[in-house]
Design a protein. Structure first.
Length: 189
């Protein structure tokens, strides 16, 4: 095993580009999911600090909020927070696992000069499963972000209901003809 790139040309350059586009888009969503989880916990901690001492200045409240943690620690803290007790933590943890898989294994296909079509498509199917799990968790935490940012606006029900499919289309639209049909129950739950 030597360099990650080679003088040898890939067997499936277009398909590799399509997979890497999907991985990049999935990684963007994974990073956004982690940021939103940290945001919701941070706001929850600010609310708790203010409720504990209403005379506390804004600066004091901000200073009292714990530093951001990695996603696992954030979800653990969120689960024990009063806001988190109303969330589907199993789905959020499954999304965390998907986020980690996307970040660490999403593009792991071996040497790009020797990988064949079957291996690329197999990786795309695994990535799609992870993206589905991520989208379901992201949908939950995004609804919380919407509620915090727009407390008087009703949730966008049509967007919420269609979000997993919108994510699938954005991440895999260019590969859909090559991948097996996505199970409707997994994408719609």
């Amino acid at each position: 095993m030597s360099w990650s790139l080679s003088l040898l040309k890939p067997r499936e350059p277009e398909l590799l580009d399509a997979l890497f586009l999907s991985v990049g888009r999935a990684l963007h969503l994974a990073n956004a999911y982690e940021d939103k989880c940290q945001y919701v916990l941070r706001i929850g901690n600010l609310i708790t600090a203010h409720q504990g001492d209403p005379a506390m200045t804004f600066e004091e409240a901000v200073a009292s909020v714990p530093a951001d943690k990695l996603l696992g620690g954030t979800l653990h803290s969120l689960a024990s927070h009063s806001m988190g007790r109303t969330m589907d933590m199993d789905t959020l943890h499954k999304a965390r696992q998907a986020r980690n898989w996307i970040a660490h294994e999403g593009a792991s296909i071996g040497a790009i000069w020797s990988v064949d079509r079957g291996r690329i498509l197999q990786q795309a199917v695994k990535l799609r499963t992870a993206v589905t799990d991520l989208a379901l968790g992201d949908n939950i935490i995004s609804l919380w972000c919407h509620g915090l940012a727009e407390p008087h606006a009703p949730p966008p029900t049509n967007w919420i209901n269609g979000y997993p499919d919108a994510v699938d289309t954005w991440v895999f639209g260019h590969l859909r003809g090559l991948l097996p049909k996505q199970a409707q129950s997994a994408a719609s739950s």
